[in-house]
Structures are given as C-alpha cells and as structure tokens.
Design a protein around this ligand. Structure first.
Ligand code: PLP
Ligand code: COI
Length: 340
C-alpha cells in the first residue's frame, strides 16, 4: 500500500482539499486531445466562456474505495460516464467516451493514491469530473472549445453525522422545470438550489425537499440526493419523475433491495400528504451515501418516520449491503466494480 497522507480520516467532512494531480483534456476542432495530469488547480480561461455566462457546464460525482486487502476500486463509473454524456447532449456539449471518462478517473486515482482513505475509516476518495464551454463566445450558442477535467479529494459524510438521521423541510421553490434540465447534472440546477437550501438551513434543517414543479404535491428529491421510503409492508419506493437526477445510488439500491434483500421495489409518485405509509425514509446519493431521514416539515407540520435519532432496521440493511459492495466486502453484481 502506498504511504498515506497524515490526515485524521474519520474527522473529514465534505470539503475541498487540493490533492496532488488532476486530469485535463481539451476539445477543439471536433476532437478531444489525449489529456494530461497537471499540478496546477487554477484554470486560465476566456472571460467570454459560455460556462461562465450561460451555464454551459455539467459535472459528475463518484468515489474510489480502498478495500480490506488494500486494493482501490471505483463504483459503476460507466454509469457516471453515460450520465455525463446525457447531460452534455442536453446542453449541446461534446462528451468524452465512456472509455476516456473511466481512463481519466483511473489516472487521477492512481496519481493521488496517498489520498485514498484507508479501509474502515469511513472516508472515501470523491472524484469530481466536469466539462464546460470556454473560448471566445458572446452570443447564446455552444462554445468553440471545452475543458474536461477530473479532480479528487478525500471526503467524509456529506450530511453531518453519516448514518444518523437528519431532518428536511419542503420548499416552495423549484430546482427544475417539468421539461427543463432537472434530469441533467448541470450547474444551473445547483445555483437554483442555493437559496432554498439556505432557507431550510436557517430553520435548522439539513436541506430542503423539492416537490414536483407542476403540482407541488409529490416529492421530487433533495438538493443533492434522491429520496426513498420503506412502507409498512417492506416495499422500497422512490419517486418517478422526469425532472429529478437519475441517481446511480438510487438505481443501485433498487437492485440491492430486490436482489439482495428480497424486497418489492417501485418507482412511483410519492405524495407529500401520504408520508404515513412509510416506516422509514432516506436520502441517497454518492455524496450522501444513505442518509436516514428523521422527519420532514411540510406547511408547518413535522412528520417523523422511524425516529429522529435512530437509524431504521431496513435502512441499515440497505446501507450495509450497498457500502459492503462498494468496499469489496459483499459480492457485487457483474460490472459494478472497476479496479484502479
Ligand atoms: N440528486 C441530485 C440533485 C444530486 O446532485 C445527486 C448527486 O449526484 C443525486 C441525486 C444522487 O445521484 P448519484 O447517486 O448518482 O450520486
Ligand atoms: C454527488 O453526490 O456526487 C453530488 O454531486 C452531490 C453534491 C455534492 C452536488
């Protein structure tokens, strides 16, 4: 095992840390260059970059995990690569191939091995691939040049406390429109989430829950994670909507719930006035992993699921199985794990 940085791994939160090397590739004249690893974490770009003015930008998030044997592995990077291609299509950007995307991620992990947290520390290496339009453009049109970059940093839990419950509040704001960009991982969705997040945080909540932009009656997702609930009869239910981000963690949990835990699963409407049917609920995502939801405030009423302080038994089983797969302790479905 490579020598590790001197970090108190179990104390890490979700914050930027400059690691040794990052990958950068440039698209120009219809093609990507070969890409390279660089030390500099500052980008020098045109003041007229579409990524700065018109939000022509998208990003991804995935993690590298150190196994008990000391190997380092990525979880379903092909899914992030494909989702990045879909995001790029939506806002007229060229996307790297799945192979180029995975190769860039592997290069970045290999170049920063001393930053990959040890097995059992609770921390992981978070990778942030992103693409944006640059070059000189002032009209609202696609850029002549694009940068694809991947950087990484060790992280701990996104929501404070990891596997302990957090509370959310619904917001009257929408993060995305019905036929807008909600399903794409584009920066504009996240800019739209900053004010509602701050309002929820000021009221003491970990984040806000968005409702469907057409009727404001159904749960969409959290600002940085999808939602799931467990019914009294042990069914795993998660919202179906064209304006939420198709979470790779959510689709992995649908598989884990069905194939590993023998549960019934369903993607369907989740009405905010029908939370009584759930005995447990959670937020899921790469950064959020599985964060149990203690309760949700909606229009002055606070609904508690399992408990505000204890994680529910089904949520724990889902967490143990998913994280077990990611860390190499539980056998993964074919193709889910890519060794670095
Ligand atoms: N929803 C939003 C808005 C997100 O930003 C994320 C994070 O990527 C997710 C859901 C979870 O997606 P994934 O499980 O692919 O990380
Ligand atoms: C992720 O889970 O990877 C995210 O992108 C969530 C957030 C940090 C934006």
């Amino acid at each position: 095992m490579s020598e590790l940085q001197n970090i108190n791994w179990s104390e890490l939160g979700f914050s930027y840390i400059k690691t040794d090397l990052r990958y950068i590739s440039v698209w120009e004249d219809g093609k990507w260059d070969d890409g390279k690893l660089v030390e500099d974490n500052q980008l020098h770009i045109s003041e007229a970059s579409t990524g700065l003015h018109y939000g022509q930008q998208c990003f991804e998030g995935l993690k590298a995990y150190r196994t008990k044997e000391g190997k380092v592995q990525l979880f379903r990077p092909d899914r992030n690569a494909k989702r990045m291609q879909e995001s790029c299509d939506r806002i007229k950007m060229p996307a790297p191939s799945v192979e180029k995307f995975i190769d860039a991620c592997k290069q970045v992990v290999n170049a920063n091995l001393s930053w990959v947290p040890p097995y059992g520390s609770g921390a992981t290496l978070y990778l942030r691939p992103f693409i944006f339009g640059c070059g000189d453009t002032i009209g609202v049109k696609p850029a002549p040049r694009y940068i694809f970059s991947v950087f990484c940093m060790p992280v701990g839990p996104y929501f404070k406390g990891g596997l302990s419950p957090v509370n959310f509040a619904t917001t009257g704001f929408d993060r995305a429109a019905p036929a807008g960009t909600g399903m794409a991982k584009v920066g504009g969705n996240y800019a739209a989430s900053l004010l509602p997040h701050e309002e929820a945080a000021n009221k003491g909540y970990a984040d806000c829950i968005y409702l469907d932009p057409s009727t404001h009656t159904k749960i969409e997702e959290v600002g940085a994670a999808n939602f799931f609930g467990i019914t009294k009869d042990n069914k795993f239910i998660t919202p179906k909507s064209d304006s939420i981000l198709p979470s790779i963690t959510k689709y992995s949990l649908l598989h884990v719930a069905k194939e590993y835990l023998g549960m019934e699963t369903e993607e369907s409407d989740v009405y905010i006035d029908d939370l009584d049917k759930f005995t447990e609920a959670g937020a899921c995502g790469t950064a959020a992993v599985i964060t149990p939801i203690g309760g949700i405030e909606h229009k002055g009423h606070f609904h508690v699921f399992h408990s505000e302080t204890e994680v529910g038994p089904v949520t724990r089983k889902l967490y143990d199985t998913l994280v077990g797969i990611q860390l190499g302790d539980v056998e993964a479905p074919e193709g889910w794990i890519v060794e670095v």
